[in-house]
Design a protein around this ligand. Structure first.
Ligand SMILES: C[S@@+](CC[C@H](N)C(=O)[O-])C[C@H]1O[C@@H](n2cnc3c(N)ncnc32)[C@H](O)[C@@H]1O
Ligand SMILES: Nc1nc2[nH]cc(C(=O)O)c2c(=O)[nH]1
Ligand code: SF4
Ligand SMILES: [Mg+2]
Length: 209
């Protein structure tokens, strides 16, 4: 990458944009709500079941002016969900400040594996065993969304839940390829442990992005 562009990426004035789309938030607390999604490339967490592996290599996603991303986003929605890839790979300060200056609500989907930057109205923390969240983010998370791929993930979810704030909303979400096997176990678990709620990837059932 050209040095001057690298500099702008380092400052969060440009970001490797993979895709952006207006859709319905499919997961978690805001499911069912229209929102504009901004998917930033780059992630080295390496979840083997990740449903957007095309996002991992930042180099194939063009560095894009943050102002251009914001200008597009606010045409569609006043709720903007920043996801990836792992958005906290990058400095989110400029993106969120610009979104907020235009009156948009800023939501993030993150593993928390890198330091928290940016000014967020809603933080969805989805911790991963292979690269745990940084300590700071736990108490700031508005929702904790733990992915259930196998039986061990319930114990991991409890461990993660012990670190978030009291009013953080707790979700168990089946890993998509294991949904038939894990949904009955999640349903049973939530009935026995009602501090948890079920989250499904409803956009996949609706056949929307
Ligand atoms: C693709 S990730 C991008 C944001 C960030 N890297 C993260 O993991 O939170 C967006 C959300 O999708 C979840 N996710 C990814 N692959 C999934 C799958 N196969 N089944 C269920 N949820 C999945 C992640 O845990 C996360 O909550
Ligand atoms: N509709 C829709 N809702 C989502 N919620 C979180 C998503 C993500 O990939 O971060 C996602 C996504 O990709 N599509
Ligand atoms: S942290 Fe998120 S984007 Fe990265 S591999 Fe895991 S699910 Fe995929
Ligand atoms: Mg997704």
């Amino acid at each position: 990458m050209q040095k001057s562009i690298q500099q702008l990426v380092d400052e969060g004035k440009m970001l490797p944009l993979m895709e952006e789309f207006y859709t319905i938030q499919g997961e978690g607390y805001h499911k069912g709500t229209a929102a504009y999604f901004v998917r930033i490339g780059g992630c080295d967490v390496g979840c083997h079941w990740c449903d957007v592996k095309e996002s991992w290599n930042a180099e194939i996603h063009p560095p894009t002016d943050t102002d251009v991303i914001v200008e597009n986003a606010v045409k569609y929605s006043d709720v903007v969900v920043v996801t990836g890839g792992e958005p906290l790979t990058w400095d989110m300060t400029v993106l969120t400040a610009t979104l907020k200056s235009k009156g948009a609500k800023t939501h993030i989907e993150t593993s928390g594996a890198y330091p928290l930057t940016g000014d967020w109205d809603w933080i969805c923390l989805s911790p991963k065993k292979v690269k745990l969240p940084k300590e700071d983010i736990y108490k700031k998370a508005d929702e904790l969304k733990c992915i259930v791929y196998n039986n061990n993930d319930f114990a991991f979810a409890e461990e993660q839940a012990s670190k978030v704030s009291e009013d953080c909303i707790l979700y168990l979400q089946p890993e998509w390829s294991k949904r038939e096997k894990m949904i009955p176990l999640i349903v049973d678990y939530v009935m026995k442990n009602p501090k948890w709620k079920v989250s499904l990837q409803t956009h996949k059932y609706l056949n929307i992005p």
